[in-house]
Design a protein around this ligand. Structure first.
Ligand code: GDP
Ligand code: MG
Length: 455
């Protein structure tokens, strides 16, 4: 469930982590992907819009810069998604007696869920009984019986009696010996007056400790209406969403329940007895993100962004100048991220450009960087801050190459890299560099230099 949404969110966080600049274009493209994935998961469009507006607003908050900004955006993204999933509320059973009514329409998964819950709590030491009060469907009690026998759970049914209250009364005394009684009730096609009446009379007689509404995930956003209708008509303490495994609309059902403030206790994730899990929005989201908690996520960003060097490059960029050391730092950090796709994604606007990098170039990067470092060491201060003078004097290049123990072509390659990046800065010199270059400027740059990029 939610594979695609998870993938989109993971990609978005990677993009944020790897970006040199978090400009409007990058934020927009991330938000667009996220919106598409959420809507595909059937999350309400208005909710998606609200969420993306909030993310955008804080992502473009100019008071926060550099790495803090990355952390900030990831945190906002995380918090907004968590908010969408609703509050965490656990189904708390007492050590005394617990009687739970499972309510819901036809085919929502009540009977299956009763057996799953019975098994779940029996394993946790509860003395469990299943009670079949679905008197309307002839096969309902038989289904409960089969599930109970298969899973060695105690059950009480009466296939002849058509009045559920009478069945309850018949077993009431016996059921006192159990500390968890799970009551299967009848559904209808819709929540009509007859069903409300039946539920109310059961409630009055049984005095359950919990009324749980069972909603199938495949109804998606319609879960909102169903949840609020049931909440208005009878007391609902929480919800169980079934069939999370068999629909692309699970996001709709989950977020709809959060909207009606009906806590989701459990989710059903398959037809088998163990296919049920407690719903915890935080861990659900962590799994969706494909990693641990928020801290882990932020750690990841820190590890790909060396704060100091990034800050320095940023400062130099803001002043419109770049030193050779910056170039090396940048190529080094690109190298530690690995892969040309990553390199491209670091520079907003370049991700869509197909620049050809000869194979093997990237593999040789480390050797190249170490050469470059030697080169810079054998340069004078003047040459470092003003590399253009080298280009004009071949004798300087030869001297530096000799001193560094490298070929003159190595020195030229560093100068070329330097020129490439400083031209990039010049071409965007009118831009607010703290916000990154505009899409247009980058495209212009990429067009001009894309094919020449060599790392
Ligand atoms: P009831 O009418 O509310 O009692 O619904 P049932 O318990 O009879 O379930 C209706 C159908 O949904 C059955 O075919 C179940 O096997 C199926 N079902 C229930 N829960 C899940 C679930 O979590 N995943 C899947 N894939 N199927 C489920
Ligand atoms: Mg049933």
């Amino acid at each position: 469930m939610f594979e695609r949404l998870g993938e989109v969110i993971r990609k978005a966080t990677d993009k944020i982590a790897n970006a040199l600049f978090l400009d409007k274009d990058l934020v927009d493209s991330i938000i667009r992907d996220l919106q598409r994935a959420l809507i595909e998961a059937d999350v309400n469009v208005a909710l998606v819009k609200e969420l993306s507006d909030r993310i955008k607003k804080s992502a473009l908050d100019e008071r926060i810069k550099g790495i803090e900004k990355k952390e900030h955006i990831i945190k906002i993204l995380h918090d907004e998604l968590l908010n969408l999933l609703g509050e965490h509320k656990q189904l708390k059973l007492t050590s005394g007696r617990n009687v739970i009514l499972l309510l819901g329409l036809y085919g929502s998964g009540k009977t299956t869920t009763i057996s799953k819950l019975g098994n779940y709590f029996a394993k946790r030491g509860f003395k469990v009984a299943l009670l079949g009060l679905d008197v309307h469907r002839p096969a309902a009690q038989e289904q409960l019986k089969q599930l109970a026998e298969k899973n060695k759970l105690n059950y009480f049914i009466d296939t002849k009696e058509k009045n559920p209250v009478k069945i309850w009364k018949k077993y009431e005394k016996q059921l006192k010996e159990y500390n968890l009684v799970l009551v299967d009730t009848a559904g209808r096609h819709t929540l009509d007056a007859e069903l409300i009446k039946e539920i109310k009379s059961l409630e009055k007689e049984i005095k359950p400790t919990e009324n749980i509404l069972v909603i199938p995930a495949d109804i998606g956003q319609a879960a909102k209406q169903q949840s609020s209708q049931f909440k208005d008509a009878v007391n609902i303490s929480g919800v169980i969403i079934t069939r999370m495994d068999s629909t692309a609309k699970a996001g709709g059902a989950l977020t709809a329940c959060a909207e009606t403030k009906a806590p989701v206790y459990f989710i059903g994730t398959g037809e088998k007895i163990n296919d049920i899990e407690e719903f915890n929005p935080k861990s659900f989201l962590s799994r969706l993100l494909g990693m641990g908690d928020l801290e882990t996520l932020i750690e990841k960003i820190k590890s790909v962004t060396e704060e100091k060097s990034q800050k320095k490059i940023q400062e130099n960029l803001e002043e419109g100048k770049l030193t050779l050391e910056d170039v090396i730092e940048q190529v080094k950090s690109v190298g530690s991220l690995g892969g040309f796709d990553k390199i491209k994604s670091m520079i907003p606007g370049l991700s869509g450009i197909k620049a050809k990098i000869p194979e093997g170039m990237i593999e040789n990067q480390e050797a190249k960087i170490s050469k470059w470092q030697h080169i810079v060491k054998s340069m004078t201060r003047e040459e470092i801050s003003n590399p253009e003078i080298l280009e004009k004097q071949t004798s300087r290049i030869s001297r530096v190459a000799k001193g560094a123990g490298v070929h003159t072509s190595d020195v030229r390659s560093l100068l070329k890299q330097y020129k490439l990046l400083s031209d990039m800065i010049k071409s965007g010199s009118t831009a607010d560099l703290s916000q990154g270059l505009s899409q247009k400027q980058l495209q212009k740059f990429a067009k001009k230099f894309g094919k020449k990029m060599r790392f």
